[in-house]
Design a protein around this ligand. Structure first.
Ligand code: UD1
Ligand code: UDP
Length: 352
C-alpha cells in the first residue's frame, strides 16, 4: 500500500519515530511535514536523533491563527494528495496538522487512519478537542491507545474500524530509553541532583493565553522550595515576556530539549508538573508522580490509578501536590504492551 503520513508538531515526530520505520517494512510511506513546528529544537532535532525518515515534502506553513494555518495546510496537502494518489492517509493526535491531513483526505475520498483516536477532554474550547472529534469522525481506521478512548468512540456511535492497540508513545519510550540513559550530562550542566528536582512543561493555550493562570503557575514554581527544570516552549516564552512575569533562581529555564534529553530529565526527576498530554503519559511510563495543571485530562486512567493529580492552576493545589503527592497504588497496565506500532502494521495489512 502507498501510505501518506502527515506530521507537523513535536509530539507527532515522536509518534512517527515509533511507527514510520515499522510500517515501511511492508508499505511505501510518503512523509509530509506541514511545517507547523519549525525551530531546530522543535523539529529537526527529533528527525536527527530518532532516525525518523526525512520528510518527502515540507509545506512550511509556519505559525498563524488557526484558520490561516489549517487552511494553508489544506491547500498544499491537496496538491500533494492529487499528485501522490495514496491508498491511505495516516495522521497522529490532535493538532491542526492532524485535522488538515484528515479533512483533505476525506474530501478526496482517501481513507484516513487516526493514531491516538478516541481521546476526549469534553472541553470544546480546546482547539485539540475540536481537531480530534472531527478527525475521528472522518476516519476509517481508528487506533485507540486506552480503554476509555474506546468507550468515548462507542458513545459517539463510532465502532467500525476501531482497534485498541495501546500507545505508540509507550513504544517510543521503550525503544529509546537506553539511548536516553546516556544523555545525563544535562543533569550535571544544570546543577541539579538526581531524584531531587521537579520537571515542568507548560504550553497549553488555555494556560499561556490567560495571564492569571500563567501567573499562578509561575508563582507556584517560584515558591515550591525545590529546584525546577523548565524546558520552555516558544509559545510560553513569548507570553512570559509579554506579561512581564519573572522566574526565581530555583527555576532552571532552558530552551526546548531533544527527546532523549527530555526522557533523561523525566527519569531523573522527583515529580513532573505539566500541562502536556505526552508528558503526562511519560510520567506514568517512568513511574513518576504527575501533577497536571489543567482542569481535566484525556488520560483519565492515570488519575484513576492514582499516579496523576489534576489540579488546574490553583497555586495552593500545585504547591500542596509538589510537597505531598505520593502515589500509593501499584501501576496498572494502561497503555498496552509497547508493541502498538506492530499491531498497527498488522491491521493496515489486513485492509490492503
Ligand atoms: C501545538 C498543538 C498542540 C500541541 C503542541 C505540541 C494545535 C492547535 N496545537 O500547539 O495540540 O500540544 O503543538 O507542542 O495544533 N512557535 C515557535 N517555533 C516553532 C513552533 C511554534 O516559535 O517551531 C511559537 C509561535 O509563536 C507560534 C506558537 O509557538 O505562534 C504556537 O505554535 P502552534 O504550533 O500554533 O501551537 P502550539 O502551542 O505549539
Ligand atoms: N518533549 C521534548 N522536549 C521538550 C519538551 C517535550 O522532547 O523540551 C517531548 C516529550 O517528551 C513528549 C512530547 O514532547 O514526548 C510532548 O509534546 P508536547 O508537550 O509538545 O505536546 P502534547 O503531548 O501536549 O501534545
Amino acid at each position: 500500500m502507498k501510505i501518506l503520513t502527515v506530521v507537523g508538531a513535536r509530539p507527532q515526530f515522536i509518534k512517527a519515530a515509533a511507527v514510520s520505520n515499522i510500517i515501511r517494512k511492508e508499505h511505501k510511506e510518503i512523509l509530509v511535514h506541514t511545517g507547523q513546528h519549525y525551530d531546530e529544537n522543535m523539529s529537526k532535532v527529533f528527525f536527527d536523533e530518532l532516525k525518523i525518515p526525512k520528510p518527502d515534502y515540507n509545506l512550511e506553513v509556519g505559525s498563524g491563527n488557526h484558520g490561516k494555518q489549517t487552511g494553508n495546510m489544506l491547500i498544499k496537502l491537496e496538491e500533494i494528495y492529487l499528485e501522490e494518489n495514496p491508498d491511505l492517509v495516516l495522521v497522529y493526535g490532535d493538532t491542526n496538522s492532524t485535522l488538515a491531513g484528515a479533512l483533505c483526505a476525506s474530501k478526496l475520498l482517501i481513507p484516513v487512519a487516526h493514531v491516538e483516536a478516541g481521546l476526549r477532554s469534553f472541553n470544546m474550547s480546546m482547539p485539540e478537542e475540536q481537531n480530534r472529534i472531527l478527525t475521528d469522525h472522518l476516519s476509517k481506521l481508528l487506533f485507540v491507545p486506552t480503554k476509555s478512548a474506546l468507550d468515548n468512540l462507542k458513545n459517539e456511535g463510532i465502532q467500525k474500524g476501531v482497534h485498541n492497540v495501546g500507545d505508540v508513545m509507550f513504544d517510543a519510550t521503550l525503544n529509546f530509553k537506553k539511548l536516553a540513559e546516556q544523555k545525563n550530562s544535562i543533569i550535571k550542566e544544570l546543577g541539579v541532583k538526581e531524584g531531587q528536582f521537579i520537571l515542568t512543561t507548560i504550553h497549553r493555550a488555555e494556560n499561556t493565553n490567560d495571564i492569571s493562570r500563567l501567573k499562578n503557575i509561575v508563582e507556584a514554581l517560584n515558591e515550591c522550595g525545590k529546584d525546577v527544570v523548565l524546558p520552555l516552549h516558544p509559545r510560553t516564552k513569548k507570553y512570559i515576556t509579554d506579561y512581564g512575569l519573572n522566574f526565581n533562581n530555583n527555576i532552571k529555564v532552558i530552551d526546548p530539549v531533544g527527546y532523549l534529553e527530555m526522557i533523561n530529565l523525566e527519569m531523573n526527576s522527583e515529580k513532573i508538573v505539566t500541562d502536556s498530554g505526552g508528558v503526562q503519559k511519560e510520567a506514568f511510563f517512568m513511574s513518576k508522580p504527575c501533577i497536571t495543571m489543567r482542569d481535566e485530562t484525556e488520560w483519565v486512567e492515570t488519575v484513576e490509578n492514582g499516579w496523576n493529580r489534576v489540579v488546574g492552576t490553583d497555586k495552593h493545589k500545585i504547591l500542596d501536590s509538589i510537597v505531598n503527592f505520593y502515589p500509593e497504588k501499584k501501576q496498572e497496565n494502561i497503555f498496552g504492551d509497547g508493541n502498538a506500532s506492530e499491531k498497527i502494521l498488522k491491521l493496515l495489512n489486513s485492509c490492503k
